[in-house]
Design a protein around this ligand. Sequence first.
Ligand SMILES: CC(C)(COP(=O)(O)OP(=O)(O)OC[C@H]1O[C@@H](n2cnc3c(N)ncnc32)[C@H](O)[C@@H]1OP(=O)(O)O)[C@@H](O)C(=O)NCCC(=O)NCCS
Length: 181
Amino acid sequence: MDHIYEGAFSRIILKPLTYEYIEQLRQLRNRDDIRCWFINSSLISIEEQENWYKKYLTNSKEYMFVAFEKKYPGVFIGSWGAYNFSDDGLIFETGRRMIAYDKVSERGLGYDIVCCGLDTIFSNTKAEKVYSEVLSNNERSIHSILKVGYKIIKTIKKGKHELVYLEMTKKEFYNNLSVNK
Ligand SMILES: CC(C)(COP(=O)(O)OP(=O)(O)OC[C@H]1O[C@@H](n2cnc3c(N)ncnc32)[C@H](O)[C@@H]1OP(=O)(O)O)[C@@H](O)C(=O)NCCC(=O)NCCS
């Protein structure tokens, strides 16, 4: 897949994930304080990460981004992903959002990352609606995407996990963005 989209918003730059960042991404994802917030929280090996990346490159319905602060553009600080696009390309899921708190210069960048990612996807694809599933006890993550404009629709069970299902239209996203300015 030719994943060429990149974006900038407020304090953040998002670039397409490339091979040079997959090890930093793996190490961030494997941190105990990060992986505890994912449904699959097992440790990822170097080999698994390489295989996942190879598969990712062939998937036309997945966009994985790496994040940087505008003021430190060389320092990898996290990630965000858009995936599970519907066959007609109108609906997609977001997640895989992580921030390396030891590398950032300020808090609250999670909001900027989501806005940057959504603006990049909505401007470059025909998608009209986004959804996300977040562990119901991940209050920090839920708080920050509610601020973006996602609305809680329902609570769902996946295995032993309880998740909050949130969604938002493209129109709601841009309306909310102009209100928050
Ligand atoms: C989710 C994540 C990306 C959010 O990053 P962030 O926005 O920079 O996080 P912050 O700590 O600055 O908090 C964001 C907001 O949540 C609020 N918050 C923090 N802890 C909270 C809590 N326990 N309950 C409710 N709100 C909380 C903060 O006050 C802040 O709100 P504000 O912007 O209105 O002041 C980051 O916490 C992270 O990497 N978490 C681990 C991985 C993860 O959970 N990913 C999501 C998987 S779906």
